[in-house]
Design a protein around this ligand. Structure first.
Ligand code: NAD
Length: 512
């Protein structure tokens, strides 16, 4: 596996030491220190990538601004054709890129491949969209006047992404932003720079073959400081940032202070309500996959189960039994259900949350632990755990990016919905019930306050066709399908007078 990953990197000219700054056409040197990428799978150092320095940053932004002048004039279906070819290139590289995602980030191979599939799907969606960036026409109140609206691109879009979806989140943003006519500058997570380099190489080759102007796909690498440069940069009309709520508050404030636009996709604290009328054959696997998939490192991971009193004990027993069957280990081995956390800092956060939970009153049904010994040398493997808790415990309201599941008990649906909504985050939610009234109440205006609300499926694993995002501390942004493309464009309202008079709106008279 390791050898195959290295071969793929070599094919893309990614060696042990790499530049991390690119205008799309050129890779730029940098005086900044290199970032080493370690695999959480086996702890091996894979390669290094040089962080972007100020000169490189300026070169990338300048190229992105210049490229916009030409790129915006390309008919959008022609831009869509280029994105279609990116989708084809991703299809050809699906296995290799999926493997790299698994190896660098630590998610299972199935999920790594799924992430690349999601990129392919968003390319397809963007190609169709390139012929559907439609505005409305309106009836003017004045005779011989026409009113309509049109959508124009914004300019340079800055994309800041998180480690847990190292490639898909960038593609959700860039493929849509590109067909809309924008140029993009991507700052990937400093924890997964090689996935970004691989994408940059794949896209740059397609762009070159299509004579796309240099600068349409810019890449800058580094930690939060580079993200701060983007957030403060008045030349970047839109910052799309995915990551923690802490990061979103900083980015959102910086962008708002210059009256730029921001699209924020931040932390979640997602719950499943398991009703007395739930089909437990669906509810239990849905909850377990949601809680332990990607080792609890999805923004949509199930962190809370709100269980009706009548089925609480039986759900508890079934869950405990299911957790007993989980195999933890190398995510590239398809027999394993749970891979590693991203790094040892994440392991410390997991341990601290367990300690805080115990201090606040959590009763652990399945104890957590850090695994050591053969196969766990990276120090990043932990045991998914389950705790009985009370919604009032502060730890339950926090997003700990690890597989810790809290069980909460309820008696009435109103109470369950209040518990579900009673956290600062508002990303994903679901109810497991066969009762139509309960399902409809959960989806109603008095139901879930989240951006995503599901019935009889879990909280994680969204499809790209819908708009993805959440409310409250999740940041309010929407990406991917539906009309999320509008965030990447500016709306212009046009009124055209083809009469010989100049009638004023609202019947106002102005006689000269
Ligand atoms: P993070 O906030 O530590 O980092 C995310 C990105 O932001 C990185 O590229 C980082 O360098 C950059 N960054 C950090 N601080 C910054 C600042 N002050 N200014 C500018 N840039 C800054 O998050 P992470 O640990 O990589 O990812 C996990 C978090 O991301 C979780 O909270 C998860 O829920 C969230 N997430 C949300 C979504 C969503 O769609 N809502 C999707 C994936 C991940």
């Amino acid at each position: 596996f390791y050898i195959k990953t290295m071969e793929f990197l070599q094919q893309l000219n990614i060696g042990p030491e790499n530049a991390g700054t690119s205008t799309g056409g050129k890779w730029l040197p940098s005086g900044a220190p290199a970032i080493a990428s370690f695999s959480p799978v086996d702890g091996k150092r894979i390669a290094t990538v040089t962080a972007t320095d100020k000169a490189g940053y300026e070169a990338v932004i300048t190229a992105a601004r210049q490229a916009f002048i030409e790129w915006r004039t390309w008919p959008s279906p022609r831009r869509g054709e280029v994105v279609r070819q990116i989708g084809e290139a991703l299809r050809q590289n699906k296995q290799a890129l999926g493997r790299l995602v698994s190896y660098e980030m630590g998610k299972s191979l199935q999920e790594g491949l799924g992430e690349v599939q999601e990129m392919i799907d968003i390319c397809d969606l963007a190609v169709g969209l390139s012929r559907q960036l439609n505005g409305l026409t309106m009836h003017s109140e004045r005779p011989a006047h026409r009113m309509y609206e049109q959508w124009h691109p914004l300019g340079v879009v800055g994309i800041i992404s998180a480690f847990n979806f190292p490639v898909a989140v960038w593609s959700w943003n860039s493929m849509i932003a590109w067909v809309c006519g924008n140029t993009c500058v991507w700052k990937p997570s400093e924890k997964t720079p090689l996935c970004a380099l691989a994408c940059q190489h794949i896209v740059a080759a397609v762009f070159k073959a299509n004579n796309v102007p240099e600068g349409v796909c810019g890449l800058v690498t580094g930690d939060r400081e580079i993200g701060e440069w983007l957030a403060a940069d008045t030349r970047i009309p839109l910052i799309s940032a995915t990551g923690s709520t802490r990061m979103g508050k900083a980015v959102g404030t910086a962008v708002a202070s210059r009256l730029g636009k921001s699209l924020l996709e931040l932390g979640g604290n997602n719950a499943i309500i398991i009703s007395a009328d739930a089909d437990l054959n669906i509810a239990i696997p849905g909850a377990v996959f949601g809680a332990v998939g990607t080792a609890g490192q999805r923004c949509t991971t199930t962190r809370r189960l709100i269980i009706h009193d009548a089925v609480y004990d039986s759900v508890k027993d079934k869950l405990t039994a299911a957790y007993g069957q989980l195999s933890i280990g190398d995510p590239l081995n398809e027999q394993n259900h749970v891979g590693p956390l991203i790094d040892t800092d994440a392991v410390k956060a997991y341990q601290m949350a367990i300690a805080a939970g115990k201090q606040q009153g959590c009763r652990f049904l399945v104890e957590g632990e850090v695994l050591a010994g053969d196969g766990f040398e990276s120090g990043c493997y932990v045991r998914p755990c389950i705790a009985e808790a009370d919604p009032a415990y502060p730890i339950v309201a926090q997003e700990t990016f690890a597989p810790i599941l809290y069980l909460l008990r309820y008696k009435t649906l109103d109470e369950a919905i209040a518990i579900q909504n009673g956290v600062p985050q508002g990303l994903s939610s679901s109810i497991m019930t066969l009762n139509l009234r309960e399902a409809e109440q959960f989806l109603s205006v008095a139901g879930s306050d989240c951006g995503i609300a599901n019935v009889n499926i879990g909280t994680s694993g969204a499809e790209i066709g819908g708009a993805f995002g959440g409310e409250k501390e999740t940041g309010g942004g929407r990406e991917s399908g539906s009309d999320a493309w509008k965030a990447y464009m500016r709306r212009q309202t046009n009124t055209i007078n083809y009469s010989t008079q100049l009638p004023l709106a609202q019947g106002i008279k102005f006689n000269l």
